[in-house]
Design a protein around this ligand. Structure first.
Ligand code: ZN
Length: 297
């Protein structure tokens, strides 16, 4: 049994084939351009696999959003209104379903990465956990009892309300909310305060940026912890790799949880951890989506 996976990102596409999420056998990456060209290249990768004798059971697509995920909605499988030029109302799942005539699994790139980390990465073996990516934006996916949580739409935990760090006068960069978690703690929000990306800072500036970032992420994660009760939180994305950030988040989290509800697990170093799969998490998760789609037909 072989499956296909697509991580459809705003800047690049990663297409893979494999017998399972733990066994990727081929992979191709290319930049995201106009939808027609990009989707044709992705479908072409799988057509090439099947025309050379390979058999795919299903393809999973983990896409940038926002997405329509309600099966009963006529636009199920579409990218909804997006600032990404040309991609609003693109029928991304339908493109693969019609082109490949296979069952298609479909979810957000962040939920895909959450599934990938759960299957083969930093949340392996856990049934309830949260994956949060901190980079150009902040997004998070919750896996609850083994399933990605969806309702009317995917969760938007990057836009939770956070308190303002005393002395921080940055107005916030979220175009919708200003000073939500993403508005205060995304990569661009850090860059706006220091005049360049946090990854390029050093000395006192880097220290201050890490302290500020740890404060906001701990505040946002407190909301997530009290709402979902995850067994672990996995942090991915470029900003999450700032030196010493994870250690500082753990410390700030203990401050903001303030001993409530008093779980020893919240205080261990493996409660908040870094992502294990890096740039492959979305593609691995797309293979998990494909496995599910194959089972469900
Ligand atoms: Zn926001």
């Amino acid at each position: 049994m072989m499956f296909g996976g697509v991580e459809a990102g705003g800047t690049k596409f990663v297409c893979v084939t494999g017998s399972s999420a733990e066994d990727i056998v081929s992979e191709v990456r290319f930049p995201t351009r106009a939808p027609e060209d990009t989707l044709a290249d992705a479908a072409g990768f799988f057509s090439e696999f099947t025309s050379s004798g390979g058999v795919l059971e299903a393809v999973g697509v983990a896409s940038f959003g926002p997405l329509e995920l309600r099966l009963t909605n006529p636009e199920y499988g579409f990218i909804r209104a997006t600032p990404k030029t040309g991609w609003s109302h693109t029928d991304i799942a339908g493109h693969f379903r019609r082109g490949l005539r296979l069952p298609i699994g479909f979810d957000t790139d962040v939920n895909g990465a959450a599934l990938g980390e759960g299957r083969a990465g930093a949340a392996r073996g856990l049934s309830t956990f949260v994956y949060m990516t901190v980079g150009t934006g902040i997004g998070a996916g919750a896996v609850i009892n083994g399933e990605v949580a969806h309702g009317l739409v995917h969760a938007e935990m990057g836009h939770v309300l956070v308190p303002r760090l005393p002395g921080d006068d940055y107005p916030g960069g979220c175009v919708f909310h200003g000073d939500c978690l993403e508005g205060m703690a995304s990569g661009p929000a850090l860059a706006a305060r220091w005049g360049r990306p946090a990854e390029e800072l050093g000395g006192r500036d880097l220290h201050d940026a890490v302290e500020l970032e740890a404060f906001y992420l701990a505040a946002g994660l407190r909301n997530v912890i009290y709402t979902i009760a995850p067994e672990r939180i996995v942090l991915g994305g470029g900003v999450s790799r700032l030196p010493d950030l994870l250690t500082r988040i753990r410390a700030k989290l203990q401050e903001t949880l303030a001993g409530y509800p008093g779980l020893a697990e919240h205080e261990t170093p493996d409660f908040v951890v870094g992502a294990a799969l890096g740039g492959r998490a979305g593609a691995v998760g797309a293979l998990v989506l494909a496995e599910v789609a194959a089972r469900e037909g």
